[in-house]
Design a protein around this ligand. Structure first.
Ligand SMILES: *[C@@H]1O[C@H](CO)[C@@H](O)[C@H](O)[C@H]1NC(C)=O
Ligand SMILES: *[C@@H]1O[C@H](CO)[C@@H](O)[C@H](O)[C@H]1NC(C)=O
Ligand SMILES: *[C@@H]1O[C@H](CO)[C@@H](O)[C@H](O)[C@H]1NC(C)=O
Ligand SMILES: *[C@@H]1O[C@H](CO)[C@@H](O)[C@H](O)[C@H]1NC(C)=O
Ligand SMILES: *[C@@H]1O[C@H](CO)[C@@H](O)[C@H](O)[C@H]1NC(C)=O
Ligand SMILES: *[C@@H]1O[C@H](CO)[C@@H](O)[C@H](O)[C@H]1NC(C)=O
Length: 450
């Protein structure tokens, strides 16, 4: 009798799921059953067929050099598709919330409140972010293996951060042999030179060495209390599986193209000895990383590694398909920032020595074969500075349509406020206006801010 019941339930669920998501998802539903995978929103939901609500209140603490730009892009596109409000910085804060200052709700542009999502760079202050966001908000962040991360920071901020600039021949080895001869804890941009993850999370990057271990453990526990998910850059797609489940999003919601990478030639591989030195110099970050890498794998094990692997495979397949239909049958070519002719797509780079790569659109990008809107494809590869500006424009417009009176008063107030916020260094960010498309057929409508 029970076998019959199970059979009927199986038939019922597969039928419902087929009706909800015809096509390719059906086979995945059956496979999910076979593997015993749970919580597959894109196949069926656990509450009897009706799709669960997607979570829309998200804080993503964007850490430095951790693939966080790619997550930000996912969140930006999700927000646009669902008419959500993304908190964006006031103009005086640049595209970050006046980083490295501790976050304050005063840094948020009034046209972008009350927010659903916050994802631009900021130094985390739990109380200030908490004040801004609804209390059912999910807090998420991402960490990267300290060795690879520090090598990336060192190369990216080589000409930008004083602690690195002092090092003879720009040698990572020389820095790590005697970090204290180059590093000044209090000086500008010092946060890129030691325990950057800890700093971004609002912690103390310069804890006295006698206290480092205790502090790091305590801090990791504190981070764990606030953040529902700490993604790990080395296991990016696996982390996305957890993200998708946590937020009850669809597979389609987490598709991405990797953004803000360096060219292979400007990366260098690390010896074990160097990696050990980096870990000891960034001891708090190292504790954080090990703690949250372990917890990531515990969560993945709970789901079942076979289910995770299968979902990762589906994710990659869907992503490749999307990219192909967007960019004329194949992946867009990776180019160095300097070679990218479309200003909307040129990533910011701190110095000409670091080759950050981005994408340029083929001039003949197809727009009829795929049926996908060109704008969506463009946004898939749009760097954060340009995307932030674009969102501010559209959210301001929406805000003014909603509250015509209030927005004119705020414009007055804000022009006063702007003078109070001391602007932190911003050297040579791309100032090219959006909309001056030089290549391809894409053109974004330009609306002046204020
Ligand atoms: C978003 O807003 C537009 C315009 O107001 C509306 O047409 C569209 O249906 C909305 N989409 C969602 C997902 O709410
Ligand atoms: C959210 O916080 C407010 C203020 O602290 C409180 O009044 C409200 O009950 C909370 N809502 C939920 C769902 O916890
Ligand atoms: C810097 O490079 C030059 C030439 O490659 C070399 O002669 C010099 O010893 C290097 N200095 C240090 C401190 O490594
Ligand atoms: C992360 O944790 C897993 C599981 O414990 C381990 O196999 C892996 O080596 C760790 N990764 C790194 C980069 O430390
Ligand atoms: C676009 O141009 C490239 C070479 O310039 C060509 O290889 C490709 O097939 C073209 N794509 C389309 C969709 O016409
Ligand atoms: C894309 O579509 C627009 C409008 O439908 C058309 O004018 C343009 O020629 C198309 N571009 C390509 C490359 O097919």
């Amino acid at each position: 009798m029970s076998q019959k019941k199970i059979f009927l339930v199986l038939v019922a669920i597969t039928t419902v799921s087929f009706l909800l998501h015809h096509g390719g998802h059906l086979s995945w539903t059956m496979e999910a059953f076979r593997l015993g995978c749970s919580s597959m929103r894109f196949s069926f939901s656990s509450d009897g067929g009706s799709p669960r609500h997607k979570h829309t209140s998200v804080v993503f603490l964007k850490t430095h050099k951790t693939a966080s730009t790619t997550v930000q892009n996912i969140l930006f596109r999700f927000a646009e598709r669902n008419n959500l409000t993304v908190a964006l910085p006031v103009t005086a804060c640049d595209h970050q919330f006046c980083y490295p200052r501790l976050f304050s709700s005063h840094f948020v542009h009034p046209h972008t409140t009350p927010p659903d999502i916050i994802t631009n760079h900021l130094r985390f202050s739990r109380s200030e972010v908490h004040r801004l966001m609804p209390n059912d908000t999910f807090y998420i962040t991402i960490l990267r293996e300290p060795g690879a991360m520090f090598e990336s920071l060192f190369s990216y901020y080589n000409q930008y951060c004083q602690s690195f600039k002092r090092v003879p021949n720009g040698s990572l080895e020389a820095f790590l042999d005697e970090p204290w001869s180059y590093y000044r804890p209090e000086e500008k941009d010092a946060m890129y030179a030691r325990n950057t993850l800890t700093f971004d999370l609002g912690g103390d990057k310069d804890r006295p060495s006698a206290d480092t271990k205790m502090y790091a453990k305590r801090f990791a526990a504190e981070v764990e209390r606030t953040f529902s998910l700490v993604m790990i850059a080395e296991y990016f797609d696996e982390s996305l599986v957890l993200l998708r489940r946590l937020l009850s999003w669809d597979l389609e919601d987490v598709l991405y193209v990797k953004l803000n990478m360096r060219t292979a030639s400007s990366k260098s591989s690390l010896s074990n000895e160097l990696r050990a030195k980096i870990r000891s110099w960034n001891a708090i970050d190292a504790v954080l990383y090990d703690h949250f890498n372990a917890s990531l794998w515990r969560q993945l094990n709970t789901i079942g590694l076979a289910c995770v692997a299968r979902e990762v495979q589906l994710l990659r397949r869907a992503r490749d398909q999307l990219v192909r239909s967007c960019f004329g049958g194949r992946l867009p070519q990776l180019r160095s920032a300097a070679q990218i002719t479309n200003k909307d797509l040129r990533p910011w780079q701190p110095s000409s020595k670091v080759a950050i790569v981005g994408y340029d659109l083929p001039a003949n990008i197809s727009n009829k074969s795929s049926g996908l809107p060109q704008e969506m494809c463009l946004k898939l590869i749009m760097p954060e500075v340009q995307y932030t500006r674009l969102l501010l424009r559209s959210e301001s417009l929406r805000y003014r349509n909603r509250f015509p009176l209030r927005s004119s008063q705020q414009t007055l107030k804000r022009s006063g406020q702007r003078r109070e916020i001391s602007v932190l260094s911003s050297t040579q960010r791309p100032s090219g206006a959006l909309g001056r498309t030089t290549r391809g057929t894409l053109r974004l409508t330009q609306q002046p801010i204020n």
